[in-house]
Design a protein around this ligand. Structure first.
Ligand code: ATP
Length: 456
């Protein structure tokens, strides 16, 4: 029986590099501050999670439409949203080892107290003798705010433009276009997947906290006096269901409600869904009731009316918004951490990623039993050609079949198909199941249907 071992983060990191999932980026040039590239299997994994999310929240929802806005937007938008003035992190340096920290994180780690946003209190607490987690020193700079916005320039535009720090901005700025062109009716949502950029003080824990990441966000517009709490709870459940669908165990998920005192003035409620990563619980999803703050601000700064005329209630209002959001990179990390198992077998050990099949980068691996037998290779290539019309497949003729199974287990491939000498006579192949490691003989003519059924 599979037994889940405690997996240290560094083990996951080196595994991801070794198995072509995620690499440190620009490595030949010495890397770039905690930045990563998705390798061939990582890119598949990430795309699969994206597609699942889009299917669940856009394709299958008559009340939600998708869009794809740009990364660079008019800077007035960030003035309106408050990001230019207030999207800051608290920064503190240890004067002894010169190491830089996010002040609220280091204070929380050392005292357990959440002092986010309280710069003076954090400075006093640190300077009262808290010890630097790196060097044990206790000489701290004052806690200062640092903007998380990445600034750049654009030809033809006066002043700075910014890489978007969240995808939601484009949704609000195109809200009117969507309403006018799509005849959507409140309650409705607009969904978007895309890159966001935050100049985090400390990027850490692999792809959990990076400076360039992908978000999958929905703005769900509701009537101002709608009974929002049941809807809010439903969104929480949908977020949890999604995490479970990519492999997370329910017991590794928990909810954290932001205390009322820490909420922005416009927010009625904010709840994060956290996952139990190898380094501890960390935010995976956010869900916030943001009132009419965003549309009201954008109406004010743009001078355009963003009211909505409700033909059912026969009244005009600024809709309120529920914002379910999630970081795609954090979902990728969740799928990997949840799926990673080290198992003892009778004839050795194996590492296996027990991905749900919809998430697995490769669905079917196709092997000729021996690579120096042209008749087997030709048949295997023919089968690969046919299966790859339907599924992401991999052709592998390196080493013996046992080693190929181990390689496919490590990247979570649910099925391996082997073409052997008998295939040429009986038109059947051996299918091996990743999880049970059992093998079955299936007719080539039935292979596609069999796999379609199994991979559902
Ligand atoms: P955190 O408290 O971890 O910094 P946040 O509350 O600032 O996150 P949101 O602004 O709610 O995050 O962003 C929405 C989602 O984007 C988060 O739930 C998270 O999954 C993801 N996310 C935010 N910052 C990062 C980052 N630096 N790297 C990867 N994903 C991120």
């Amino acid at each position: 029986m599979a037994e889940k071992k405690e997996t240290a983060m560094d083990k996951i990191v080196s595994f991801c590099k070794r198995r072509g999932l995620i690499f440190p980026t620009s490595e030949i040039y010495g890397g770039l501050a905690n930045s990563y590239s998705y390798g061939p299997y990582g890119a598949e994994l990430k795309n699969n999670i994206k597609k699942l999310w889009w299917k669940k929240f856009v394709q299958k929802r008559p009340d939600i439409v998708g869009m794809d806005g740009p990364i660079l937007l008019n800077s007035k938008l960030w003035e309106a949203s408050g990001h230019l003035a207030g999207f800051n992190d608290a920064l503190v340096d240890c004067k002894k080892c010169k190491k830089r920290f996010r002040a609220d994180h280091v204070v929380k780690e050392l005292t357990g107290e959440d002092m986010e946003g309280e710069l003076e209190k954090m400075t006093k607490t640190l300077q009262a003798g808290l010890k630097c987690p790196e060097c044990g020193g206790s000489d701290w700079t004052e806690v200062k705010n640092m903007s998380q916005m990445f600034k750049t320039e654009m030809n033809g535009v006066d002043g700075a433009v910014y890489l978007r720090p969240e995808t939601a901005g484009a949704i609000f700025s195109d809200y009117k276009n969507v309403v006018d062109s799509m005849r959507v009716k409140v309650p409705f949502g607009i969904a978007q997947i895309g890159k966001a950029f935050r100049n985090e003080i400390v990027a850490r824990n692999f792809i959990f906290r990076i400076r360039e990441f992908e978000q999958m966000e929905i703005e769900y517009f509701i009537e101002p006096d709608a009974d929002w709490e049941p809807l809010f709870d439903k969104w929480l459940d949908e977020q949890e269901d999604f995490a479970i669908s990519i492999g997370a165990k329910k017991e590794d998920l928990r909810r954290y409600e932001h205390p009322k005192a820490k909420l922005s003035h416009y927010s009625k409620k904010t709840i994060d869904t956290e996952y139990n990563f190898p380094f501890g619980f960390g935010e995976l999803f956010g869900l916030a009731h943001r009132g009419d703050f965003d549309l009201t601000q954008h109406a004010k700064f743009s001078g355009q009316s963003l009211d909505y005329f409700d033909p059912v209630a026969n009244k005009r209002y600024v809709p309120h918004v529920l914002e379910p959001t999630v970081g795609l990179d954090r979902l990728v990390l969740t799928a990997i951490c949840a799926g990673y198992f080290e198992e003892k077998l009778e004839d050795g050990e194996r590492v296996v990623l027990r991905f749900p099949s919809a998430v697995a980068p490769i669905k079917v691996a196709v092997f000729p039993l021996m690579k120096n037998k042209p008749e087997l290779v030709i048949k295997a290539k023919e089968i690969f050609g046919s299966l790859s019309e339907e599924f992401m497949c991999e052709f592998d003729d390196n080493g013996n079949v046992g080693k190929r199974y181990r390689r496919q287990d490590e990247i979570g491939t649910p099925y391996c198909v082997t073409i052997d000498f008998e295939t040429l006579n009986d038109q059947a192949v051996t299918i091996r199941d990743r999880d049970t490691m059992t093998q079955e003989r299936i007719k080539v003519a039935e292979l596609k249907n069999y796999l379609t059924e199994k991979l559902k």
